[in-house]
Design a protein around this ligand. Sequence first.
Ligand code: NG6
Ligand code: CA
Length: 509
Amino acid sequence: MQKKWMFTAILAWSLLSGFCQTTNRPNVLVIYTDDLGYGDLSCNGATAIATPNIDRLAQNGVNFSNAHATASTCTPSRYSLLSGRYAWRKKGTNILPGDANLVIPTDITTLPKVFQQAGYVTGVVGKWHLGLGNQSPVDWNKEVTPGPREVGFDYSFIFPATADRVPTIFMENQRAIGLEEKDPIAVDYHKAFPGELTGKEHPELLKQPNDPRQGHDGHIVNGIGRIGFMQGGKRSEWTDEELGYVFNNKAVDFIDQSLKSKKPFFLYYAIHNIHVPRMPGTEFKGKSRLGYRGDVILEMDHSVGVVMNALKERGLLKNTIVIFSSDNGPVLNDGYIDQSAEAAATLHHKAAGIYRGGKYSAFEAGTRVPFIVQWPAKVAGGKKSAALVSQIDLMASFAALLNVKLPKGEFTDSRNYLSTLTGQTATHRDYIVEQPANSALCIVKDGWKYLSPSKGPALMGAVNIETGYSPEDQLYDLNKDPGERTNLAAKYPQRVQELKALLEKIKAE
Ligand code: NG6
Ligand code: CA
């Protein structure tokens, strides 16, 4: 009799928990900005600019101060976020030209595929920069595949690479928008098309001058020179000022479509701001005190507000997990002359906060990025966490949350840190590996950071960023010296050896 009672109880419990899982699964929104520094947000100490919408996320969630992208440039960071693997394990995953083929293998588990397996509808809106198709040259005049769909996104509305690279078009579900048959698109990264006007030859046509040391003097669209050359597709090309509006609308449309499908959603909103060319929407021009870089920070914060309001209006705020972060650290002069460096200097704005270096760099500012998690249904607001966390762990953490088993025998670097990411515990990652632009890897463990020796300039002249590259071993005590000023490698050779050995072991995994 007792046995029967127990059986009934277990049955009821499992039915109930199964029910809860299918009805209460949270929506998940990952907002991933481009080149935003740790210190660019007022919730992280910025005083020359206010980011009220992002600050609200921090007030209602957990704000992390030691969270990392895996790399200090875009493509490898995005590769890791979506695949749960370090990009340096795979060749060809550094900053990609706009005509590159897809770099994420289509036969591996990915973050969006984890959500698909759990019954979610998945979407990506914004910047892609992970390559498209598997044939070179890419034919932009038909559906380009494989792409986001094969990586696990049911819906995609993207631009292919970066705003400073051709092709300067939107693609919806892997097809160019607004394309006309009589004006096909062709892209070339080596030579200009006959008759095409380039920034190099026609600087008088540019409304935003490029820095002659940094190229960006190829194809001209909307008065801005780009990297690479393009022909055709005249009616497909975007206007930079509209990028923010278009992507916001598409992000909100996706949320509405998912509501119709009655499935929970996973939306990867890869905001194009604040990458160059910084060309804010008209209403944001001149709105900040920090020049166009400040204006696009305001526009990016506004985008966060738009999607958060959309969640609120639809009653979705409570049970949506929102993660806000950036793909790499800040850069002031990344190819165009827009007075961002001068404006920041005048107002003492420190885009990287207290950290040294920036985008491209092996120093902390390269990968230590803003990272905020909000989930009102489960996570109390106003928390701060100093735990060492990495974007690479989203895949395993969400798999754990959703009871999705990652296939046995499939290697990933992703680990389940759900309780840390939701602010329940301070359990930190055992170590992280950081990848600077020259791929001389760094490792951080227990507050100590080791930087592998490498060739290359200590200062990247044109962008004016300290790289951290040095022919010597470097070791920093990040707890006492977060600004990486005192190299302790000579003082603690044993620790250097240990970290070196650990790095080698991880590389060989
Ligand atoms: C660099 C570009 C820079 C930017 C970056 C990619 C030059 C001289 N500089 O190579 O302007 O496009 O690549 O940025 O070409 S990222 O955020 O997508 O990694
Ligand atoms: Ca970037």
